[in-house]
Design a protein around this ligand. Structure first.
Ligand SMILES: [Ca+2]
Ligand SMILES: [Ca+2]
Ligand SMILES: [Ca+2]
Length: 337
């Protein structure tokens, strides 16, 4: 038995103590933590790190350099004490750390070094071919109503992205837009958005511009002139109450937001015609007609301040409801490129 145990322990690559009887001892002492972790080179998409060697009672085998949510981990064999990351996103701060491995034990992490990649500084190209659209995913819709217009355009290009779009109403970015592309889905070759809460019987100049992740603005597209339909409805619906809103906790992007609210009433529109804008941090996530609950999707990481707004078919909007905050977290940021 003793021989068999000895062979097993030798096969496992452990240290044998000298003396009799022969007793094998597993290396249970981890290496010292790597020291003085620092960045030695930073570009828009790459970071190089260096650190001071670890020591161990037996030997150090390799080092693993990593940051939470970032894959892959970079492994380097001891005594190399540098590691390079590529394929990073510009203008993002990564909290790197390094750990040493002795074949059985991980060291404690080194100091954490927060490294911010160089920012994206080149603006996207201007969106082009701005027109009215008359369908959503093939379903016919009225492209201009008393309060809405459905826009379609050819996408901008950018050196990094991801790109988001703003709709300019008479030159001013509108918060009342609703992206036809479902949250989390890839950007298509063209984009469509509803502009909402326009005034009835009014002529507008509409244009679109692109914004990259560095906040660089494109030039606006050529404008499109749109006149909304007339309506005699001038009174807004009552303000709904948001009774609940919580993140689905899926751990993936986009995450779900489950929401319920009370029905509003309107002077002219029946309950079935009232539209509800579910908003997070002011952005419309979804528009629900006639209902009082939904499961929407969000690409907003961190705190989602959720509200509900009731809008009648003439575009008259209630005051925003109470705010319900819900936290959304996932491993890696949403990538739409
Ligand atoms: Ca050891
Ligand atoms: Ca850019
Ligand atoms: Ca009304």
């Amino acid at each position: 038995m003793r021989t068999a145990l000895k062979l097993l322990t030798i096969a496992a690559g452990v240290v044998l103590l000298t003396g009799s009887p022969a007793i094998a001892a597993v290396d249970t002492r981890p290496p010292s933590a790597p020291g003085n972790l620092r960045s030695t080179a930073v570009t828009q998409t790459g970071v190089t790190l260096a650190w001071n060697r670890s020591t161990d009672n037996v030997k150090v085998v390799w080092y693993a350099a990593w940051a939470p949510g970032l894959t892959p981990v970079v492994y380097v064999d001891h005594p190399t004490t540098t590691a390079s990351f590529t394929g990073l996103r510009p203008g993002v701060t990564y909290p790197f750390r390094v750990q040493a491995w002795d074949g059985r034990n991980w060291s404690l992490p080194s100091n954490i070094v927060n490294v911010t990649t160089q920012p994206d500084v080149l603006a996207p190209s201007a969106p082009s071919a701005l027109t009215l659209a008359n369908n959503v995913h093939g379903t016919p819709v009225d492209s201009v109503t008393a309060s809405t217009a459905l826009l379609n355009w050819s996408n901008s290009t950018d050196d990094f992205g991801p790109i988001r779009y703003e709709v300019l109403v008479n030159g001013v970015p509108s918060p009342n837009v609703y992206d036809v592309r479902p949250a989390g889905s890839p950007i298509l070759s063209s984009s469509r958005m509803w502009v909402r809460q326009l005034e009835p019987g009014t002529t507008y100049s509409l244009s679109v511009r692109a914004v990259d992740s560095g906040g660089n603005l494109s030039a606006p597209s050529a404008p499109l002139t749109v006149t909304t339909d007339a309506s005699g409805d001038v009174l807004a619906p009552s303000t709904p109450t948001l009774t609940s809103a919580s993140g689905g906790g899926t751990g993936y992007c986009p995450d779900e937001i489950w929401a319920r609210w009370t029905a509003s009433t309107d002077d002219q529109a029946p309950a079935s015609a009232l539209e509800y804008e579910l908003r997070s941090n002011g952005t419309i996530l979804e528009v629900i007609t006639g209902g009082t609950r939904t499961i929407a999707y969000t690409e907003i990481f961190g705190t989602n301040a959720v509200t509900i707004v009731a809008v009648d078919p003439a575009g008259n909007a209630s005051a925003p409801s109470n705010v319900v905050n819900t936290s959304v977290n996932w491993g890696t940021p949403c990538g739409n490129q």
